[in-house]
Design a protein around this ligand. Structure first.
Ligand code: NGQ
Ligand code: ZN
Length: 452
C-alpha cells in the first residue's frame, strides 16, 4: 500500500484540494479530498490522471525524423509508407523490443500511462512464420512490462494489398495472415500478455484495404467482447479507392456493413461527409485521432468541432510516434482546428471553458472506452495511473485548476511533467523514467545498426 497527498488534484467531479490517494495492488483504493497530509504520505503539488495513447505502431519510433527529406518530386503518405515498410523489413525481434521499450519510457515521461498497440509486424524478415506466432507480440509485452505502461494489445489482421482482395505486395510479407493463422495469433497473444498486470487485448482489422468483408465478419468474434480498432478514411486516395471498389466511402461502408458500437474505434476517420459524421457519433464508437501523425503524413484535418457537436467521442494516439506527448497531440488537435476555422479555442466546451481541460476530458474518456478500461481517472477502482505537474515550471506559475492544463498543453509541453505512477508504481521522477538511460542505450545501439 502507498499513500500520496496532492495539494490539488483533478478528480472526476472536478478539481479538489488536499487530496489523499491510497493505492493498493496497483489500483486506487481511496480518494479523500480536504485532508491534511499525514506522516508517511508522499506529497506532490498537482495531480492529473494519465491518458492513453490509443493508437501506436511502436516499431515506427525507430524511424522518427528519418523520413523528412523529399524522396521524389512528390512525397506523400504513400511514398512514406514505402520507406516505413523498408524500415520494418530490417528489424529483428530484439530491435522491436529495444525500440518499443524506449517508446514506452518516453510515453510515460510525457503523460501516457496506457498504450493501445496496433500490432502488425508479426513474421520474420523473409515473411516466414516464427515458431511462436506471438514472438513479436511477446516483445511488445516485454517492453510494456519493463516500462510499466498499461498495455492494450491489438493484434492486427492484414491479408491484402488493396480493396477488393488484391494480393499483398512483397513489402507487406511480415504482416500477412490467413484467418486461421490470425486465430492462432490471438490465442498465442492472449498467452503472451497473460501475466502482465493491467494488460488486455482486442483485435485490429488493419483497414478496409487489408481486410476483405468476409474476413472482417469472421475475425470480429475473436475479439471476444474486447475492443475492435480499424484504420479508416485517413487519405483522400483511400476514400476514392473505396468508392471505386464498393460505391461507398470507408466510414459509410463500415456504418452499413460492420456492427459499430462502443467497442469500436475508427482510427483517423479524417474524411467524412456530414451524414457519416453524425451517424458515426450515434454509434457510440470512438474516433481515434492521431493529430501529430496526421499532420506529419499530410492526411487532412478531422472535423473535430462538428464531431463533438454531434455528440462524438474521441481519444488520442501517437500512431507513427514521430513525436510523443499528451500535450503535443492535444495542442496539434486544437491548432489544426484553429487553422481550418480561422478562430481560437475552437474545441473549448463553451464560453469561459478551458480548451485544455475540454480536450483532456474527452481524451481521457475516449481513450478509456477505446481500450476497454471500465474505471479511469483518480477514482477508486481505477488503475493507479497518475501524472504530477511541476508547480515551479514557469508556464504554470500562478495558475490553478484548468489553467494548469492549458499551461501544460499550450505553453510548457512535456517539460511540465514531474512524476508518473503507472499501475501504482512510480516510474517517472523529476521528468525522467527510471529506465531512461538503459532504454536509450538499447535503442541507440539498435538504430545505429539499422541505419548503417
Ligand atoms: C500503418 N499508418 O499501418 O502503420 C499505417 C500505414 C497503411 C498510418 N496509417 C500503412 N498512419 O495505412 O496502409
Ligand atoms: Zn496507424
Amino acid at each position: 500500500m502507498s499513500r500520496l497527498h496532492f495539494a490539488s488534484a483533478l478528480l472526476p467531479s472536478g478539481w479538489a484540494n488536499d487530496v489523499q490517494v491510497v493505492i493498493t495492488a496497483g489500483a486506487i483504493a481511496e480518494v479523500t479530498p480536504d485532508v491534511a497530509p499525514a506522516a508517511g504520505d508522499q506529497r506532490h503539488a498537482i495531480a492529473l490522471p494519465g491518458l492513453a495513447s490509443l493508437h501506436s505502431h511502436a516499431f515506427q519510433r525507430g524511424m522518427a525524423g528519418l523520413a523528412e527529406l523529399r524522396c521524389d518530386s512528390t512525397d506523400t503518405f504513400w511514398t512514406w509508407r514505402e520507406t516505413m515498410y523498408r524500415f520494418a523489413l530490417a528489424m529483428t525481434p530484439d530491435d522491436v523490443a529495444a525500440v518499443a521499450t524506449l517508446l514506452y519510457v518516453e510515453m510515460l515521461e510525457h503523460g501516457f500511462t496506457r498504450v493501445g498497440e496496433f500490432h502488425y509486424l508479426h513474421h520474420d524478415r523473409d515473411g516466414s512464420h516464427y515458431a511462436d506466432p506471438a514472438e513479436m507480440a511477446g516483445r511488445i509485452a516485454q517492453a510494456a512490462e519493463a516500462s510499466g505502461i498499461g498495455l492494450t494489445l491489438l493484434p492486427s489482421f492484414y491479408a491484402h494489398g488493396s480493396f477488393g482482395g488484391a494480393a499483398p505486395h512483397d513489402g507487406q510479407r511480415r504482416f500477412i495472415n490467413s484467418v486461421d493463422q490470425f486465430a492462432a495469433l490471438m490465442t498465442a497473444s492472449r498467452k503472451a500478455i497473460g501475466a502482465l498486470p493491467g494488460a488486455n487485448i482486442g483485435i485490429a482489422p488493419h483497414s478496409l484495404r487489408a481486410v476483405a468483408p468476409g474476413e472482417l465478419a469472421t475475425i470480429i468474434p475473436l475479439a471476444d467482447g474486447g475492443p475492435v480498432h480499424i484504420h479508416a478514411a485517413e487519405q483522400v486516395k483511400e476514400v476514392e479507392d473505396c468508392l471505386a471498389w464498393s460505391g461507398q466511402r470507408p466510414v459509410q461502408w463500415l456504418l452499413e456493413h460492420a456492427p459499430l458500437d462502443q467497442r469500436w474505434c475508427l482510427i483517423h476517420a479524417t474524411h467524412m461527409t456530414d451524414a457519416e459524421l453524425s451517424r458515426f457519433a450515434e454509434t457510440g464508437a470512438v474516433a481515434g485521432l492521431c493529430p501529430v501523425t496526421e499532420a506529419s503524413l499530410g492526411d487532412g484535418i478531422f472535423p473535430a468541432r462538428e464531431f463533438l457537436d454531434a455528440g462524438g467521442m474521441f481519444g488520442i494516439g501517437t500512431d507513427s510516434n514521430v513525436l510523443v506527448g499528451v500535450a503535443d497531440e492535444l495542442r496539434q488537435l486544437e491548432y489544426g482546428q484553429r487553422l481550418k476555422h480561422r478562430a481560437r479555442n475552437v474545441l473549448s466546451g463553451g464560453a469561459r471553458h478551458s480548451t485544455g481541460r475540454t480536450l483532456f476530458d474527452h481524451a481521457l474518456a475516449g481513450g478509456a472506452q477505446a481500450l476497454a478500461q471500465s474505471a479511469v481517472g483518480l477514482t477508486p477502482g481505477a488503475r493507479a495511473d497518475i501524472v504530477t505537474l511541476d508547480a515551479t515550471h514557469p508556464s504554470l506559475a500562478g495558475r490553478r485548476g484548468d489553467a494548469l492544463i492549458d499551461g501544460w498543453i499550450f505553453a510548457a509541453g512535456g517539460s511540465a511533467i514531474d512524476c508518473v505512477w503507472a499501475g501504482g508504481n512510480k516510474v517517472v521522477e523529476g521528468g525522467q523514467h527510471r529506465l531512461r538511460q538503459s532504454a536509450r542505450e538499447g535503442f541507440n545501439a539498435a538504430i545505429r545498426r539499422l541505419v548503417a
